[in-house]
Design a protein around this ligand. Structure first.
Ligand code: FAD
Length: 293
């Protein structure tokens, strides 16, 4: 690469297991549409309390069988013993899945506090250590630019991230955030703490600001007033909101790229259009339309 060649950012895409046949068709349409953008991997979430255990497994298997995109399976500690979680991991390994996103998980619906299973892994750092004993997985963990809501302090949360990396994780993905400076300041602290692994910003392209604000409140992410009013000005039309979503996500990722960030993880919510257009705005052209050098 010569000095005038711009390095294109790397991307990965996150999907969730659908509940209905219609939603499943949307997922696979979106996955197919996003494949040509050449993600490093595509990850599939794990429902609270392991509620999507089978569906998550089926989706990552199908991704592996039907595409060249390496899949990553999310796995949580909630509601299962260490033995059960290890068995899920072994099943993944046997199915050729080599990448796990290791998480603690949240309290299942109906309970307001996370309680570790009496024989389970208590925290994500314990799960990472357990996975290391099962097989030589690539392991990704979660990081929180605005601090995890249950953390004793921002320092304690950073210590926890370090524990997860020291236990064997090789990458973190952040909770979504809506101010680039939050991530940049967080990364200063991450590097000062001696964490050298990639901490990839998780990007949530917002189309529905009301739903996103509700979701953000649960996750402890702040929503700037400027973002709310930007969506307020365009009303409720889907096309207008999608255009704003693409502009916002493009400006956001571009600002991070100017600061040297070169990898993004998109929370797709199983929708391809906004993510695809944002990738194109960043210069990532789908494989079949790329002009050979
Ligand atoms: C990229 C990403 C993907 C996600 N995917 C999923 C998914 O698929 N399914 C799902 O259910 N959820 C998912 N989540 C949500 C996640 O499960 C929640 O945010 C959960 O509350 C914390 O998970 P964690 O892995 O960060 O937990 P941990 O790293 O274990 O941390 C949880 C809390 O405990 C604290 N802590 C850790 N260790 C200790 C200790 N020894 N003593 C005291 N406090 C401690 C931490 O500071 C933190 O406040 C995802 C989150 C992210 C950012």
């Amino acid at each position: 690469m010569n000095s005038t060649t711009r390095r294109l950012p790397l991307v990965s895409f996150e999907f969730f297991p659908p509940r209905t046949p219609g939603a499943a068709r949307t997922l696979w349409r979106s996955f197919k549409r996003l494949q040509p953008y050449g993600p490093r991997f595509a990850s599939v979430t794990y429902g609270a309390g392991g509620s999507t255990r089978e569906r998550t497994h089926q989706i990552v298997r199908r991704m592996r069988e039907e595409s060249d995109i390496p899949p990553a399976a999310h796995l949580t500690c909630v509601g299962a013993s260490r033995g059960e979680v290890d068995q899920v991991a072994r099943d993944y390994w046997e199915a050729g899945i080599r990448h796990i996103v290791a998480l603690r998980g949240d309290a299942p619906a109906g309970s307001d506090r996370y309680e570790p299973h009496p024989e389970g892994y208590h925290y994500a750092s314990d799960l990472v250590s357990g996975l290391r004993r099962v097989a030589d997985f690539e392991i990704t963990v979660a990081a929180y630019p605005e601090t995890h809501p249950e953390a004793l302090s921002a320092e304690a949360d950073l210590d926890n991230l370090k524990r997860k990396i020291d236990a064997g994780a090789t990458r973190a993905i952040t909770q979504f955030f809506f101010e680039p400076d939050l991530y940049l300041r967080f990364m200063d602290r991450v590097r000062a703490a001696g964490i050298t692994t990639p901490v990839v910003p998780g990007i949530l392209p917002v189309v529905d600001i009301i739903a996103a604000s509700r979701f953000a409140e649960r996750c402890g992410a702040s929503v700037p007033d400027s973002l709310v009013s930007r969506f307020g000005r365009v009303g409720t039309g889907t096309q207008a909101r999608s255009s704003v979503a693409v502009s916002v996500a493009t400006e956001f990722t571009h600002r991070l790229m100017l600061e040297g960030v070169n990898e993004f993880h998109f929370y797709t919510l199983n929708r391809a259009a906004v993510v695809a257009r944002t990738c194109e705005n960043l210069g990532i052209v789908p494989a079949e339309t790329a002009i050979p050098a």
